[in-house]
Design a protein around this ligand. Structure first.
Ligand code: EPZ
Length: 422
């Protein structure tokens, strides 16, 4: 049964919200459990759909796991199958993260090519090119990546910065024979945590957090993992700050890592918002004038593409003309048409959206298209007069843990309802 989210005009929010573990840190670390000789224990794991999908894939491959109360134990010693099937991969393209680890450990695997998604074609050519440079034989047959070969270290230069590409090669290199240099590596905090986890498990890794990572592989020796606490989700944190901003309310987010938010906070401050910071919490303060903003999405530590839709929603309430350029994905403006249905005044010219504000948004039926676009529609629904119904709300379940409970705790009026039978 399809669900939708009904949001009533909630002009003011108040209170505090606890941020969950980062989905995009949990996914590569869960995939890296394929490299473990021992069962591994993870805490602060977000119980979101994408994490459950990856665990379902690992179970399909023969691993076992137990996830409850954000604690996860995984044992991959029983993996007896190296085919990641289309039926599971198609529901979550980050399943591609098992490719490097399966190949490194078993020297062969078949992984369904992940489809594209609403925000773009999302090719994995850079992942495959790098694995070939490490000695893998890669054949694309019937929509599957057939990979085989014993991996050896190589010098990899990524033509584009790729987060999961970097993560896949770090995992592959960890068990390869010899030294791998990844040049033009991604530096996102989620990549950093994966590297730290692998280093802690005995892999020699240098350059963590820089754009050149050097890995000396164990030549097939499995890794002994220590317990892992997943880092806080900087995008979830930014999304709740955006809820405070768009309703011009004072709210506090807790259990965060403030330095991971710097690229986002700069833009909130340009819009007129100010913050009270403590060691692991942040309070956004209202402003008496929301300024327009100019944003160009870029790789970490710049302004993240995963916050672009949320800032577009805030910009509909700014006094003036805002400009947002999306540099990473070719089709990440699906939320524009939906925001305009609510009364926003947004136009697109190539990679740049122009948002004229302020506009009084009026509730309407809108359609979620991807994870972050759906969060932008929820934010807009808070300030829209009347009621807003966000359909295909399953997109939001992929990456935001307990979002209805968390928003209700801040005073938002919303509920999940069943779509009426057509
Ligand atoms: C990761 O996706 C994140 N997903 C995305 O978050 C995030 O938007 C993205 O990085 C950028 O920060 C996870 O970490 C699971 P990329 P990823 O490879 O790794 C092109 C969310 O909302 N490219 O860094 O797939 C690609 O098309 C999700 O949680 C190639 O051309 O992104 C894009 O234009 C959405 N060939 C650019 O690079 C390749 O082989 C960056 O993509 C790989 C990527």
């Amino acid at each position: 049964m399809y669900k939708y989210l009904k949001i009533k005009h909630s002009p003011k929010l108040k209170g505090e919200v606890t941020i969950s573990g980062a989905k995009n840190a949990a996914l590569p670390i869960i995939a890296s459990s394929i490299l473990a000789k021992n069962p591994i224990n993870l805490t602060n794991v977000p119980e979101v759909a994408d994490v459950k999908t990856l665990l379902k894939l690992l179970k399909y491959l023969g691993a076992s796991y137990n996830l409850q109360n954000n604690n996860l134990q995984i044992d991959t010693s029983t993996i007896n199958n190296t085919t990641a099937i289309y039926e599971i991969v198609k529901t979550m393209r980050a399943s591609i993260l098992v490719l490097g680890a399966l190949l490194a450990r078993f020297n062969h695997c078949k992984v369904s090519l992940p489809g594209g998604c609403a925000i773009g074609a999302r090719p994995v050519d850079l992942h495959l090119k790098a694995l070939k440079q490490m000695g893998a034989e890669i054949k694309i047959e019937g929509g599957y990546i057939n990979a085989s070969g014993k991996l050896k270290g190589a010098d990899i230069i990524f033509d584009k910065v790729t987060v999961t590409g970097t993560e896949n090669i770090v995992m592959a290199a960890s068990l390869a024979k010899g030294k791998t240099r990844i040049i033009n590596a991604a530096k996102e905090p989620e990549v950093v945590q994966l590297c730290e986890v692998l280093k802690d498990a005995g892999v020699e890794i240098d350059g963590i957090g820089s754009n050149e990572i050097i890995i000396n592989g164990t030549d097939g020796e499995l890794l002994e993992f220590n317990d892992i606490k997943i880092i806080a989700d900087r995008i979830e944190a930014g999304t709740y700050l955006a809820a405070g901003a768009i309703t011009n309310s004072e709210i506090t987010i807790k259990n965060i890592i403030p330095e991971h938010l710097e690229g986002i906070l700069v833009k909130f401050k340009e819009m007129g918002f100010s913050f009270e910071e403590s060691e692991n919490s942040l309070t956004i303060k209202p402003t008496n004038n929301i300024n327009p903003v100019k944003i160009i999405t870029t790789e970490y530590p710049g302004f993240p593409t995963d916050m672009q839709a949320q800032f577009m929603a805030i910009a509909t309430q700014a006094n003036g003309v805002s400009m947002i350029e999306e540099r990473l994905f070719e089709n990440r403006f699906m939320h524009v048409a939906e925001l305009n249905r609510l009364g926003a005044n947004i136009s697109i010219n190539g990679k740049t959206a122009t948002i004229i504000g302020p506009t009084q948004l009026i509730g309407a039926d809108v359609m979620a298209t991807d994870l972050r676009a759906s969060s932008a529609l929820v934010l807009a629904g808070l300030v829209a007069k009347g009621e807003t119904n966000v359909h295909r709300i399953y997109h939001l379940f992929r990456g935001y843990e307990n979002f209805v409970e968390k928003f209700k705790k801040l005073g938002a009026e919303m509920e999940i309802l069943d779509e009426p039978n057509p």
